[in-house]
Design a protein around this ligand. Structure first.
Ligand code: 5IU
Length: 278
């Protein structure tokens, strides 16, 4: 029998997890009543911090790409951590590691960014095989961090489909202490296992490619609505970037309005999901 985690509340699902980062994310979602994550893809510290301060009250998680920030320094990380405490959100550096275990362990712990020291969650492409998980886990697990595997992508023509996706889910199942879930476009429950033979594990699914107004961009991005993502596809967290901060990252009033709008759409879809009949 497959346990259906899709109808459990985020609060109930805290007990399905042992990893501290997974628990923290579910606790935050339950406490703040939001499944919205904002992806802050801007190149200046000033814009980065202004967006985070504006969307902070509406999000469970902030997703970063710190390698695109031109004036990056350790003070910025301190400010990000202060906002994480002030607004009560989880930090996810979207680093998409993809190298051999030894190299990713160094990329995760060292260099300019020292990601493991401040990011609760990070992610990796499964393409190198299980050694990427052991490499990252050697650094992240002792710090209480969690890893998401990229099993699908939102882009046109993605190669992360079919048996690649299935094998990646199997890899995750073999490393439940550190792998807390997936970046994917739908629930991964039952993927890669024979139906009715094993209970599915409760993995978190965080989903980019979410927009209420646009269908995509000129570079292959494809958007679906919060309802399609949370209710119809069984994902847990909507990740929204430009849909919220648009073309003008300094217009904080507009950003707040959009963040609230996405938060409400995501939460409504979730409530409909947990209250729907099996
Ligand atoms: N992102 C995707 N699609 C994916 C994966 C990651 O869009 O399949 I994996 C990232 C890229 C960007 C954010 O940081 O999520 C989406 O930003 P927009 O909402 O602005 O398109």
């Amino acid at each position: 029998m497959m346990a259906s985690f899709l109808r459990q509340t985020y609060g109930q699902r805290i007990h399905n997890h042992n990893n501290p980062a997974a628990k923290l994310l579910l606790e935050t979602m339950e406490r703040k009543k939001t499944n919205l994550a904002v992806s802050v893809d801007v190149t200046k510290s000033k814009d980065f911090l202004a967006i985070i301060d504006a969307v902070g009250p509406f999000v469970c998680l902030i997703k970063t790409h710190v390698d695109i920030i031109e004036d990056f320094d350790q003070l910025l990380i301190k400010q990000l951590q202060d906002f994480s405490v002030k607004h009560d959100f989880v930090i996810f550096e979207d680093r998409k590691f993809a190298d051999i275990g030894n190299t990713v362990a160094l990329q995760y712990s060292s260099g300019v960014h020292k990601i493991a020291s401040w990011s609760h969650i990070t992610n990796a492409h499964p393409v190198p095989g299980p050694s990427i998980i052991s490499g990252l886990s050697s650094i992240g697990l002792p710090l209480g961090r969690g890893l998401l595997l990229l099993t699908e992508m939102s882009t046109k023509g993605t190669l992360a489909v079919g048996s690649y996706t299935e094998e990646a889910v199997r890899m995750a199942r073999a490393h439940r202490d550190f792998v807390i879930g997936f970046i994917a476009q739908r629930s991964m429950q039952g993927i890669g296992i024979q139906a009715d033979t094993v209970d599915g594990d409760d993995f978190l699914v965080l989903t980019p490619g979410v927009g209420l107004d646009a269908k995509g961009d000129s570079m292959g991005q494809q958007y679906r609505t919060p309802r399609q993502v949370i209710l119809e596809s069984g994902c847990d967290v909507i990740i929204v970037g430009r849909g919220i901060y648009g073309k003008d990252p300094s217009f904080v009033d507009g950003i707040r309005v959009q963040a609230k709008r996405y938060m409400e759409a995501g939460w409504e879809a979730y409530q409909e999901r947990v209250s729907s009949q099996a």
